[in-house]
Design a protein around this ligand. Structure first.
Ligand SMILES: Nc1ncnc2c1ncn2[C@@H]1O[C@H](COP(=O)(O)OP(=O)(O)OP(=O)(O)O)[C@@H](O)[C@H]1O
Length: 274
């Protein structure tokens, strides 16, 4: 295992932001961390790079020079061009000459940034900046790659470029831990970790997550219990935790979005219980 978190607890003041979170990040795998705003994704990623120190549990990760990190922030220097940003990071990790130039140009190509290579980072679109930041994080071929929402703000076509870059880093042997708010994208990762209010709702390969999910979900325009229903497209879904819908509405085969919402409704109901 390249990196792992075991029973990690993080508190900010008297708020528990991560509660007993365990994650393994094996070599050659992409582990996707999903969860809504404030779920604790950034905080967990930051424990792997030492920016947040857990109050409990343990985090194992390679040394700093063997880790690549794209933070939730800009991820590049605004006053440098795309090439200069990559050269600067390469210099920090001791890459130089032909090796650096080759790696830099390969990543510029992969990121679809060829036409913008001599543009200042401040003049890139938000999506281009995320791609540059991801390229900078993986430039030195770290054993552990931590990416905080690399695809947020990236258009659907460019997201394909980004996924190819991330998959290639994993195929090269890197352990990748990345957060995303796009559930369709997370379904494609080898492993998933679903966080909700600092706790793991479910984790494993997508097939395992689906297999572990119990209960039934129906498709309807008129839910029986509004508090157990949510909108999907033009209709609503309704969750029946015991697997016995009290309705004639047809059941659906749940995708990750359905599973995440259904499990978070259970969590909310448990939290509201006196
Ligand atoms: N330095 C801090 N001090 C106090 N509270 C913090 C700090 N950093 C994060 N938090 C709180 O911890 C919780 C988790 O935040 P975190 O940024 O990890 O969530 P997230 O899942 O990454 O969400 P988002 O996608 O909105 O960034 C939030 O409620 C946030 O307000």
């Amino acid at each position: 295992m390249i990196a792992s978190a075991e029973g990690v607890v993080v508190r900010f003041g008297d708020r528990t932001v991560l509660d007993d979170v365990s994650v393994d990040v094996p070599a050659g795998q992409v582990v996707a961390l999903v969860g809504g705003d404030g779920a604790g994704k950034s905080t967990l990623l930051r424990t792997f790079v030492g920016e947040v120190v857990p109050a409990g549990g343990a985090v194992r990760a390679p040394a700093k020079n063997d880790t690549g990190f794209l933070s939730a922030g800009p991820g590049s220097w605004a006053a440098l061009t795309v090439r200069q940003n990559l050269d600067f990071v390469g210099g920090i990790y001791g890459l130089e000459g032909h090796e650096l130039a080759l790696r830099r140009e390969t990543l510029i190509d992969r990121a679809g940034l060829h036409d913008a290579a001599d543009r200042l980072a401040s003049q890139l679109s938000g999506g281009m900046q995320r791609k540059l930041g991801a390229a900078m994080a993986m430039l030195h071929r770290p054993r552990l790659l931590i990416l905080d929402e690399p695809s947020t703000g990236v258009d659907p076509v460019s997201r394909i470029d980004l996924w190819r870059m991330i998959s290639e880093a994993a195929a090269d042997g890197a352990a990748v831990l990345m957060s995303t708010t796009y559930l369709d994208e997370a379904e494609r990762a080898g492993q998933l970790v679903v966080l909700d209010s600092g706790r793991v709702l479910t984790q494993g390969a997508y097939d395992d997550v689906r297999a572990q999910f119990t209960g039934s979900i129906t498709r309807t325009s008129t839910p029986v219990r509004a508090e157990w229903s949510w909108r999907r497209g033009h209709e609503r879904r309704e969750y029946w935790p015991d697997g016995h819908p009290a309705t004639e509405a047809p059941t659906v085969s749940p995708d990750l979005e359905d599973i995440v919402i259904a499990l978070s409704l259970v969590r909310r109901a448990e939290a509201a219980r006196p």
